[in-house]
Design a binder for this molecule. Structure first.
Ligand SMILES: Cc1ncc(COP(=O)(O)O)c(C=O)c1O
Length: 275
């Protein structure tokens, strides 16, 4: 592609495309990186420059680019049956067999698969299921969500995401969403505080929040076991065992986003643990 063609494509982008998570003002004056193709762990722009795709898309192209088997399977299925929903007891073979395989791959020996379109959609679904469950049991005031980490961009999942930039000017988080400390020892520890004391302080803060809001009003806590968007941060070793004790004490379920990710690796969706 020559320079004029590239500039023309860039102009069409700037005129017609609304980019998410982008400063739309600076986008109008900055160069646009237009990708063309991918191979393995690399992607190439329109001028053939090669980039190492370290993030694997948005963590979702972990099988790499240009995988022939995936292209062939998609082509075969699109030719055979290009679309079918799972509404009202309709089903199809690929969904049935994939659900079985995902259960086999999951850490649970029992459960069901609910397919979605994205990670944000998956987390909205988690929330809807807890709302449905609590309403069905008559626990109609058990709706609050405690959150740690990144969970997406829709109204509910952005409310769960702990990034102020995703809240500002969107009137988010919506009512009933509460954020706890990010377990990032390097950035968050007080002077002379060791890892154990740091974990204890964060655990106490969680306990205090639950008591302040009322344990009987909290539907669930959602957390990223390893914070991806936050900078690939691994929490202190004892963080999850420590907060799990508090959640168990108040019978608050933990939505572990690792399970959402497990399914995202194969296809965007959500794995619901029913046991
Ligand atoms: C932990 C986590 N949850 C949810 C999401 C949202 O997924 P999506 O961008 O597919 O809506 C992401 C995206 O990167 C994520 O890292």
């Amino acid at each position: 592609m020559n320079n004029d063609q590239l500039k023309n494509l860039e102009q069409i982008d700037k005129t017609n495309l609304f980019h998410p998570i982008t400063n739309l003002k600076s986008h109008t004056s900055e160069d646009v990186l237009i990708l063309d193709r991918g191979e393995g762990i690399y992607v190439y722009d329109k001028q053939g420059k090669r980039y190492l795709e370290g993030l694997a898309g948005l963590w979702c192209t972990s099988l790499g680019y240009g995988v022939k088997e995936l292209a062939e399977a998609a082509s075969e299925q699109m030719t055979k049956l290009g679309y079918a929903s799972l509404f009202t007891s309709k089903s199809h073979e690929p969904a049935i067999l994939l659900s079985e395989k995902l259960i086999e791959m999951s850490p649970y020996d029992k459960g069901k698969v609910f397919f979605g379109n994205s990670g944000s959609d998956a987390n909205d679904t988690q929330l809807k299921l807890y709302t449905y469950y609590n309403n069905a049991l008559g626990n109609t005031s058990k709706k609050k969500i405690i959150s740690m980490g990144y969970h997406g961009v829709t109204v509910a999942s952005a409310s769960m995401t702990g990034l102020p930039a995703q809240h500002k000017l969107f009137d988010l988080p919506a009512d009933g969403f509460f954020h706890i400390d990010t377990p990032h020892f390097y950035r968050g520890a007080l002077e002379n505080e060791n890892e154990e004391q740091y974990v204890q302080r964060l655990t106490q803060n969680l306990d205090d929040l639950i008591c302040k809001e009322g344990p009987e009003t909290i539907a669930a806590m959602i957390a990223e076991p390893l914070m991806g968007a936050g900078g690939v941060i691994i929490p202190p070793t004892n963080y999850f065992p420590s907060i799990q004790k508090v959640l168990t004490k108040y019978s608050i379920p933990l939505i572990d986003e690792l399970n959402v990710h497990l399914v995202e690796l194969v296809m965007f969706g959500v794995l619901i643990h029913l046991t």
